[in-house]
Design a binder for this molecule. Structure first.
Ligand SMILES: [Ca+2]
Ligand SMILES: [Ca+2]
Length: 121
């Protein structure tokens, strides 16, 4: 069996086929055998990169109110691949200024304030 175009698990992950086998028995008759339920399962490869739901995020947090470990924003991204190929983890890899350094962490998809100092303009 061959494919006639590339397979994409994120488009169709399973195909069910019925296949006939014909055996000629004589000039005018044939015996037909049907193989029921051939199930083709398309296995996933990691061919999709994660995408954030927005190209940038603006989060507004009130000064003197946000406490340690309070979530201040949701940074959800998605990945169309399955299982481990679509499992996302979030990390802060760079901060633009010294004041931001160590001030926030990401827990799940939430940006969380860390430390005991209050946010104060
Ligand atoms: Ca992926
Ligand atoms: Ca995939």
């Amino acid at each position: 069996m061959k494919t006639i175009r590339p397979l994409d698990r994120e488009g169709v992950s399973k195909y069910e086929l019925n296949i006939n086998v014909n055996v000629r028995r004589g000039k005018n008759s044939s015996l037909r055998i049907i193989v029921p339920d051939v199930l083709v399962t398309i296995l996933d490869v990691n061919d999709n990169a994660p995408v954030f739901r927005s190209p940038s995020f603006k989060i507004y947090a009130r000064e003197n109110v946000i406490k340690e470990r309070d979530a201040i924003g949701d940074l959800t991204a998605y990945d169309f691949d399955g299982d481990d190929n679509g499992r996302l983890t979030y990390d802060i890899v760079h901060t633009e200024d010294v004041a931001s350094d160590g001030m926030f962490v990401i827990e799940g998809t939430s940006l969380v304030k860390t430390g005991t100092t209050v946010i104060d303009r």
